[in-house]
Design a protein around this ligand. Structure first.
Ligand code: PLP
Length: 414
């Protein structure tokens, strides 16, 4: 790129004059490059991609048909702004019937989102002034914290540790940070750990929020993808509506990542603030998409079907990894399996030491053509997603056997 005065105009929050000049590579870019290099070194070979963070199938045919029918209606063509009643009503019913949360007002306690990512990028504007803290879990989905920083806020990281079931230790937050904190952001079932919360934990969160005057933002992007029992909503905890919001999304639960539709529900004041800011940010999701999303919320059996598939694949992957020496345990939900990264791999007498999960991930791509996502934020772990490409149970078994075969000759040290 040639020099331009524009380079001097970039805001400090994205690097100022140095924006775009750093050679540091984002984690997912490193994975992409490693995959390209592995394919170039082994033309025609199959990469088994366990790094994908989205469903492997498209939306259910009935949802595609609903979208087509809704897209043909002239009344759906215009700006949707904060949405009509259809998705709001479906969301309130969904919370009651699927999550056991009665009494959410569709008029005042629900507004749609153009996906949870968009909602997480909007919400900090409602809460964060310069110098305010937000409590975020790590490893985790960073979007709320990124935007909080854009507003001059600060992020205090709460490590998710295996010894605590990957739930944060709320009482460990220093009093001085708590005094300056305004928001606590949680996500269960969790990306990347696959951990689920418990009713007791959510009850403690409500108590903690009330004692410390915090707004709770619960990102429930994987809420309905559970392998046993009903989805656990934060809003089911007594008093939750006094302190926070929950974000739901059709992306993962209904194979609709590209469609961009979800909803924000909970505390009326917070929902209203979200709506005011959203009004100044976007003009709403296409009503046809909202109506197709509402149709999904009326048919949660689609998610149950997907969760059964992920559960079956998860059991298979856990068995394969256990056989290879990993301490893999099946999570209760999401499509992520999170395992401790090995410290070394021994194969044909050669020992390859690893200093962190990223090195393991790069080695797995280069040597075994298996792609995973490394997390080194709170211990060295690998995230493996069961959304790998495979049509049907037989093809799934083939992929799992292939993973077992590729890892077969290796002794991992932990
Ligand atoms: C924890 C978490 N929250 C939110 C999102 C984004 O969801 P959406 O597609 O609804 O924007 C993701 C996507 O990967 C996620 O993992």
């Amino acid at each position: 790129m040639t020099d331009s005065y524009l380079q001097n105009l970039f805001a400090v929050r994205i690097g100022g004059k140095e924006y775009g000049k750093t050679a540091a590579l984002y984690k997912f870019e490193k994975i992409k490059r490693a995959k390209r290099a592995a394919l170039a070194a082994h033309p025609g070979a199959e990469i088994i991609d366990l790094g994908v963070g989205e469903p492997d199938e498209m939306a259910f045919p009935q949802v595609v048909a609903k979208l087509a029918a809704e897209a043909a209606k002239p009344e759906n063509r215009g700006y949707a702004d904060n949405g009509d009643d259809v998705l709001k009503a479906a969301a309130a019913r969904y919370l009651e019937t699927v999550c056991g949360v009665p009494g959410i007002s569709p008029e005042t306690e629900v507004i749609h989102s153009i996906g949870s990512k968009a909602a997480l990028s909007i919400l900090p504007a409602a809460l964060i002034d310069p110098g305010d803290y937000v409590l975020m879990t790590t490893p985790g989905y960073p979007v709320f914290g990124t935007h909080a920083r854009y507003y001059g806020g600060l992020v205090h990281q709460l490590p998710l540790l295996e010894c605590n079931g990957f739930l944060p230790d709320l009482e460990a937050v220093p009093a001085e940070i708590l005094r300056r904190s305004k928001a606590l952001v949680l996500n269960y079932p969790n990306n990347p750990t696959g951990a689920c919360a418990t009713p007791d934990f959510f009850a403690r969160v409500v108590d903690f929020a009330l004692r410390n005057r915090l707004a709770v933002i619960h990102d429930a992007a994987y809420a309905a993808l559970v392998f046993e029992g009903r989805p656990l909503s934060f809003l089911a905890a007594p008093g939750a509506k006094e302190v926070g919001l929950e974000l739901h999304s059709t992306s993962k639960s209904f194979n609709m990542t590209g469609w961009r539709c979800g909803f924000v529900a909970g505390n009326e004041r917070l929902v209203r603030a979200y709506g005011d800011l959203k009004d100044n940010t976007d003009s709403g999701q296409f009503l046809a998409i909202q109506h197709a999303a509402a149709h999904c919320l009326e048919h949660p059996e689609m998610t149950v079907q997907s969760a059964a598939k992920y559960s079956r694949r998860m059991s298979g992957l856990v068995a394969v990894l256990q056989k290879a020496g990993f301490a893999a345990a099946k999570p209760k939900g999401s499509f992520f399996l999170y395992v401790q990264a090995p410290k070394a791999a021994v194969e044909r007498g050669a020992r390859r030491p690893f200093h962190n999960a990223e090195e393991v991930s790069q080695w797995l791509i280069a040597e075994k053509m298996i792609s995973t996502v490394p997390w080194d934020d709170a211990g060295a772990y690998l995230r493996l997603s069961v959304t790998f490409a495979a049509r049907g149970a037989a093809e799934e078994r083939r992929v799992l056997e292939e993973i077992a075969a590729r890892l077969g000759g290796v002794t991992f040290e932990f």
